[in-house]
Design a binder for this molecule. Structure first.
Ligand code: PXP
Length: 243
């Protein structure tokens, strides 16, 4: 069964709109776990636009599942990761002006830099994952860097509704999955997924884990966090019945 990690960043986005205490991503993470999430993902951005340092500490203190920390490959974040020791670090590219992560990491152009980060995180017992576009060159570079896993960027796929372009993008994802598995990398996926477009991704059996945030937090406004997570689990498992 495909594991589901829930990204609670956008609960913090709403809180930060008022710089107040609610809604609390820690409580959202606990509800997500109760609804069946396999782990919690947070992105501690350099500009701290949503998740704050205290959220990382508090989430880590209370969750019963696993914490996946998304972060930019920069010294400040490496130090934070070494101090907080999450289950997994996922390196993502970060641009100050972007609305959300705009693409995968360019692993090919910074292999030595990423290796140095891997050499500090893995010995601390932290799994080392790289967020990459579905591009075999990037997947091969991730292997050379010594990543434990890759997370394939489903952002471009999620922007397509149907038709030929969608099939082409799905084909790229399948090819990247095949390359990664041949190289012995674990394969995850995420970005832009919702209850509908997740189905084709969840049907790729080699994809072990999905990271989903925005759609779940958005739907939580209508139906509650617990139901939104359960609905996503149903979509992933191909079931129409509530979990
Ligand atoms: N994976 C990565 C690497 C991300 O940066 C994000 C967004 O923070 C996600 C998955 C989740 O994307 P979404 O919020 O669109 O579900």
């Amino acid at each position: 069964m495909t594991r589901l990690f829930i990204n609670v960043d956008h609960v913090a986005t709403i809180r930060e709109a008022r710089k107040t205490l609610e809604p609390d991503p820690v409580i959202a993470a606990q509800i997500a776990e109760r609804a069946g999430a396999d782990g919690i993902t947070i992105h501690l951005r350099e500009d701290r636009r949503h998740i704050q340092d205290h959220d990382l500490e508090r989430i880590q203190a209370v969750i019963q599942t696993k914490l996946n920390l998304e972060m930019a490959p920069v010294e400040e974040m490496v130090q934070i990761a070494l101090k907080s020791r999450p289950y997994q670090v996922s390196l993502v590219p970060e641009k100050r002006q972007e609305i959300t992560t705009e693409g995968g990491l360019d692993v090919c152009s910074q292999e030595e830099h990423l290796k140095k980060i891997r050499d500090r995180l893995q010995p601390a017992g932290i799994l080392f994952s790289l967020f990459v576009d579905p591009d075999s060159r990037q997947v091969e570079a991730a292997k050379r860097v010594g990543a434990d896993s890759i997370e394939i960027n489903t952002g471009p796929y999620s922007e397509l509704q149907n038709g030929n372009e969608l099939e082409v993008e799905l084909g790229k994802i399948r090819d990247a999955v095949t390359t990664a598995r041949r190289l012995g990398l674990k394969v995850f996926a995420g970005h832009g997924l919702n209850n509908e477009n997740v189905k084709a991704i969840a049907r790729i059996p080699e994809i072990e884990e999905l990271n989903i945030g925005h759609n779940i937090v958005a739907r939580a406004i209508y139906c509650g966090m617990e139901q939104a997570v359960r609905d996503m689990i149903c979509a992933i498992n191909g079931s129409s019945e509530p979990a």
